[in-house]
Design a protein around this ligand. Structure first.
Ligand SMILES: [Zn+2]
Length: 479
């Protein structure tokens, strides 16, 4: 791969080329018909940056360019090739920056940003039962979920996340926010055995899921899903009912899976089976399933997951903070299980920064396995992009910069001191970049954020609403 950086004179020439192209095309260049000299109209051309495609050949174009028309990527090549083929309505100069696929956060609870920093330094059981479940019981309502998800959406857009996989309550509110923010989401309505804010019984939660899935069927951004919380918070009957619903409606099923050793030990005691084997016996596993965490699966369980064709979401920061354990990343990869990366909710992370998740994912594997070659930067970048897309059944749509895929694209400004010099763009993105280095976020061909200004959400209003909800959380805490 070429690591040549643009010299100022080349950059100037490119800009001139773009300006000339615009002048030649004249007004009305945004229409879909071919324009003069056989060039196609593009809504956006991003040119001059280092393009990390994460495509099948893992091409890195330095410099490179991409063309977007409507919702799709229509061209990837050198700046000269793209300028010769396309006339753009809008041109983004990415000189000195990295252009890459938007990040796919395969496991979060977006609205839980409102519990950020609450009940720290506890294990999962204490954290859940002493803080999170009681606080949720007293606070979670439609307006709370809306305010929390809007705050999370701001954070995600600013941090380069373009797709998020959510499990929460009042999921239709999450979906409405995703539409408003312009984010892509696989959004799972939670089903849990005890009464919660949006459902008194699991049956009610399943009915909610059906209504939600019907209301958002065919939405270009929102993929509704059913989210049975876990095998340890649900009866066998409810788990199977959730799975029947997922198969009937052809929607994904999201479930916490083998997050802690306690979950595994309890399952072995109660059922004589590991949680994975238990779910497999219930007939719940399949390509429509995404298991979150997957920390404790043994070789047999991983083989079961691979046979089922299910995906796994790895959440290294949450696993470290709650001391849940270390997921067997290499074993999943070797077994061919699509492995994505997630942040989990902000209450156990405590942010939604996928750049940090990449870095921690790599470092955690290296130290635990005492092997610096474990979880290399290239693998971790794939987990945050194309492998994550595969884990949620969207490999044909997102996760790489390839013509025909949706235009979910981010631009990382690598001109900052902590990102210079840049010899290896992949290592730079994984090991040195932060969410705050993202300059532009594009989802489905729409610019959601440019130069750190979010265009789709009113930041001030979102922060004020979140502050109001924080008062509700404070009032609900045990005294
Ligand atoms: Zn979770």
């Amino acid at each position: 791969m070429s690591l040549r950086r643009l010299t100022p004179s080349v950059a100037r020439a490119l800009r001139l080329l773009v300006i000339t192209a615009l002048a030649v095309a004249g007004p009305g260049a945004s229409s879909a018909r071919p324009t003069g000299q056989g060039r196609q109209a593009a809504s956006i051309v991003i040119t001059g940056g280092t393009v990390v495609t994460v495509d099948d050949q893992r091409r890195i174009l330095a410099p490179g360019a991409i063309a977007i028309a409507g919702t799709d990527i229509v061209g990837v090549g050198t700046p000269e090739e793209i300028a010769a083929r396309f006339v753009a309505s809008e041109t983004i100069d990415a000189t000195g920056q990295v252009v890459m696929p938007g990040l796919v956060n395969t496991h979060t609870h977006a609205a839980m940003v409102l519990f950020r920093g609450l009940g720290n330094d506890l294990n999962l059981q204490d954290w859940l039962t002493k803080y999170i479940f009681p606080a949720e019981g007293k606070t979670v309502a439609a307006d709370f979920v809306r305010a929390g998800t809007r705050l999370a959406a701001l954070e995600m857009i600013l941090g380069g996340t373009t797709t998020f996989v959510d499990m929460y309550y009042f999921e239709e509110e999450v979906a409405k926010v995703a539409r408003e923010a312009g984010l892509r989401g696989v959004l799972g309505q939670t089903v849990i055995q005890f009464p919660v804010g949006d459902a008194k019984t699991p049956e009610e939660a399943l009915a909610r899921t059906r209504a939600f899935a019907t209301a958002f069927r065919g939405d270009p951004l929102v993929t509704p899903a059913v989210a049975p919380h876990s095998m340890y918070t649900l009866s066998a009957e409810t788990l199977q009912a959730a799975d029947r619903l997922a198969r009937e409606l052809r929607i994904p099923l999201l479930i916490h899976l083998e997050e802690t050793k306690t979950e595994r030990d309890d399952s072995l005691k109660a059922h004589g089976l590991t949680p994975t084997a238990y779910l497999s016996k219930l007939g719940v596993l399949g390509p429509h399933v995404l298991g979150a965490h997957g920390v404790w699966l043994g070789p047999d369980d991983i083989a079961t997951a691979a046979r089922a064709g299910m995906g796994i979401s790895h959440n290294p920061e949450s696993n470290m903070k709650l001391a849940s354990g270390t997921a067997p990343v290499a074993a999943y990869v070797a077994a061919g299980v699509p492995l994505g990366l997630g942040t989990d909710g902000a209450a156990s992370n405590n942010d939604l920064d996928m750049f940090e998740a990449m870095r921690q994912a790599a470092f955690l594997q290296k130290v635990v396995r005492n092997d610096p070659t474990a979880a290399p930067a290239s693998l971790v970048l794939e987990m945050a992009t194309r492998r994550g897309a595969a884990a949620i059944g969207m490999a044909d749509r997102i996760g790489q910069l390839t013509p025909g895929r949706r235009a979910d694209v981010i631009i990382v400004d690598t001109r900052a001191p902590h990102l210079q010099p840049m010899f290896d763009p992949v290592a730079q993105v994984v090991y040195a970049a932060k969410g705050s280095d993202v300059r532009t976020t594009i989802v489905n061909g729409r610019v959601l954020m440019h130069d750190r200004v979010v265009r789709t959400l009113p930041s001030g209003e979102v922060l004020a609403e979140a502050a109001k909800m924080a008062e509700r959380v404070k009032a609900a805490l045990p005294r």
